[in-house]
Design a protein. Structure first.
Length: 152
């Protein structure tokens, strides 16, 4: 099963799809060699910062193993938005002490993992822009449209 790997470096993200068994069993927070993912990434050292599984459940660094687990989360520790039952009240804040039970996956990469997020710790010989030239987007200024007058 292929993994979708996101490599982040200085605010830019490069996407890569790899079908390798090397990543199975690795944990969030571990470092891996770039050449194990792709030959062109030789010299790079990458740290695994997060994962996501088939159903979209995130990997949680504090949960051991590969399975799903329901845990209590508070704002800032896995819970990102206001719960539905709070409604459209004028207050933007969450009630003090609010905890919600959410499903998360363990910190170990398994066959259920689809996406792996990494960040660059050590740079290699080639720049990432040279390795992934098709993913670089240049800002193109649009020229103002000129109106064409048709004379009859």
């Amino acid at each position: 099963m292929p993994f979708k790997i996101n490599i982040s470096d200085k605010g830019k993200t490069f996407k890569l799809e790899v079908d390798t068994e090397f990543l199975l069993g690795k944990k969030i927070g571990e470092t891996i060699e770039g050449k194990e993912i792709k030959k062109e990434l030789e010299g790079y050292e990458l740290e695994i910062t997060g994962t996501s599984d088939i159903a979209g459940f995130p990997g949680f660094k504090n949960i051991e193993g590969t399975g799903l687990k329901k845990i209590l989360l508070k704002k800032g520790f896995g819970m990102k938005k206001k719960p539905r039952k709070e409604g459209k009240k004028g207050s933007k804040r969450l009630p003090k002490g609010l905890r919600l039970k959410k499903s998360v996956r363990g910190n170990t990469i398994s066959r259920d993992t689809i996406q792996i997020n990494t960040k660059v710790i050590k740079l290699g010989n080639k720049k990432l822009e040279e390795i992934f030239p098709e993913q670089i987007k240049e800002k193109v200024k649009e020229e103002p449209k000129q109106e064409v007058k048709v004379e009859s």
